[in-house]
Every structure is written in C-alpha cells, then in structure tokens.
Design a protein around this ligand. Structure first.
Ligand code: ADP
Ligand code: UDP
Length: 236
C-alpha cells in the first residue's frame, strides 16, 4: 500500500489517494472547528484519539453486521478505508435533547426521549448544512428512497449497539452524526468517523460533558475529556 497525492483537506481530516483505486488513506488532524467553521482552534492529540476511537467503533460495528468503510489502521493518525461516494447527508440521531434540537424547539437539554429521533442535514458548506427531509433529499437526487430506508435501518442499529456499549462504560450517548457512502457495487456502508467530535457523550453519573461541546462552549478541559473517552473505550 502506497500513499499517493492528497485529494482533499477537510476541517478535521486529510484524505489521500493510494496505489489501489478502491482505497483511500484518511489522516486525522488536531484542528477543531465549530459553528460551520466560524470558531477555529486546536485540540492537542485529538487526531490520534479520534483515529483510534473511530476504528474501535467501526471494528465492533462490523462484528455486529453493520458494513463500514474501515480497512486497516496504519499509524497513530492514519487509516486505510474503502473509497466510497459519500451520500451528502449528515444523519443525526438523538436519544436526549441537546444542541440545535433544544435551540430549535425551545426546550432544555437533558430530556430523555422514549424513542430515538433521526434527522438529516444536507452536507453543503456553502448553505451551512441545512436541515432536509427525505422527500427533499430524493427530489435533489442525493439518494434514492431505498438508500434512505437502508441508511435509517443501519443508523438505528448503530445507535442501539453504541448506546448499550457506552452505557456499560459509564457514558450516556446523547446524540451523534453519521455519514454513509456507496461502494462501486452500490452497497451502502458506514463511512467518515465516530468520535467525540461527532457525538455528544455525557458521564452517566455526573452528566459531565466528554465531547466537543467543551470546545464549542469554552468549558475548558477539552483535551482531558477526549482522553477520558479514549481511556474508557480502550484503556490506557
Ligand atoms: P469536512 O469535509 O466536513 O471538513 P473532514 O475534515 O472530516 O470533514 O473531511 C473528511 C472528508 O472525507 C469528509 O468530506 C467525508 O465525507 C469524506 N469521507 C469520509 N470517509 C470517506 C470514504 N470512505 N470515502 C470517501 N470520502 C470519505
Ligand atoms: N454533528 C456533527 N457535525 C455537524 C453537525 C453536528 O458531528 O456538522 C454532531 C454533533 O457533534 C452532535 C450531533 O451531531 O453530536 C447533533 O448536533 P446538533 O444538531 O445539536 O448541532 P450543534 O449543536 O452541533 O450545532
């Protein structure tokens, strides 16, 4: 496996081509952004933690029968993944009210839902990732109805597994964002990352925030929170 030219640099990761047209290398950075890139900073060591945590989750999800893009972790910050065509939807699941849900509907954070909710944002930085419903996504040809149904089914399976697993480690899974992609043969697979950047994690006893909200809201102890998640999931 040979690392070739960089094909994309995003807010949190760089993506490289390889000598295999079906594989990519993603490299996790310490750069942190919030509010559609308005707030910028560095979280030292974040890239290493997010690489490890994402791969740990993806490996477990594969065992649970959820197809993912994960192939192999090759260094502290780099992982080989299957190249997919990303479905331009951010798939957001919520178990507990927080963030934009609380703001939009004028409710406090911390309301535990009887059932998880799902919503989609259109992945489009110029538009600020607007909320979109599945009919609009089909109309815009972002995905077919069947693909959206499959994405929903996989997403609820990911939530059920992660929620249970994390609770066993003393972590409440408040909400999170997933991205899916299509392989060359049309299979829908889980892609991108699952990390404290893309999930809200609260300590199950104290409700202490152990995720990127510490950065977004200037709560301090950002690095410590990421380390705590890494430690609970994978040991020291
Ligand atoms: P952003 O683009 O939002 O700034 P990142 O910095 O995380 O985000 O960049 C990583 C990019 O790589 C994202 O656009 C993501 O959709 C894309 N991506 C993730 N997994 C894959 C994959 N397996 N194949 C192709 N693209 C991927
Ligand atoms: N999220 C994400 N990327 C985004 C938007 C949201 O990873 O571009 C995650 C976020 O970390 C949280 C969940 O999705 O775990 C729900 O986020 P919310 O809609 O509440 O938005 P926010 O409060 O981040 O603006």
């Amino acid at each position: 496996m040979e690392k070739r030219e960089q094909i994309y640099e995003g807010k949190a990761k760089k993506v490289f081509a390889t000598d295999d047209p079906e594989l990519l290398i993603v490299e996790y950075k310490d750069d942190a952004t919030a509010f559609n890139g308005l707030k910028k900073g560095t979280i030292t060591g974040k890239g290493v933690i997010n690489n490890r945590v994402t791969n740990h989750m993806m490996r477990m999800l594969e065992k649970e029968g959820v197809p993912t893009h994960y192939v192999e972790e090759i260094s502290e910050r780099e992982t080989i993944v299957k190249k997919v065509s990303i479905v331009p939807l951010e798939v957001i699941v919520r178990n507990i009210s927080a963030g934009s849900f609380s703001k939009r509907y004028g409710v406090e954070e911390g309301i535990v839902f009887d059932e998880p909710t799902i919503e989609f944002s259109y992945k489009n930085d110029d538009l600020g990732d607007p909320l979109i419903n599945s009919y609009h996504a089909v109309a815009l040809k972002l995905a077919t109805r069947e693909e959206i149904e499959r994405i929903k089914e996989l997403t609820f399976r990911v939530n059920a597994f992660m929620k249970e697993y994390l609770l066993g480690l003393g972590i409440k899974l408040v909400d999170f964002k997933l991205e899916f992609g299509k392989t060359a043969d049309g299979t829908i697979v889980l892609a991108d990352e699952i990390s404290p950047d893309t999930c809200r994690f609260w300590d199950s006893k104290t409700n202490e925030k152990l995720d990127k909200d510490r950065f977004r809201r200037d709560l301090g102890g950002v690095e410590d929170a990421y380390h705590e998640i890494e430690k609970r999931l994978m040991g020291d």
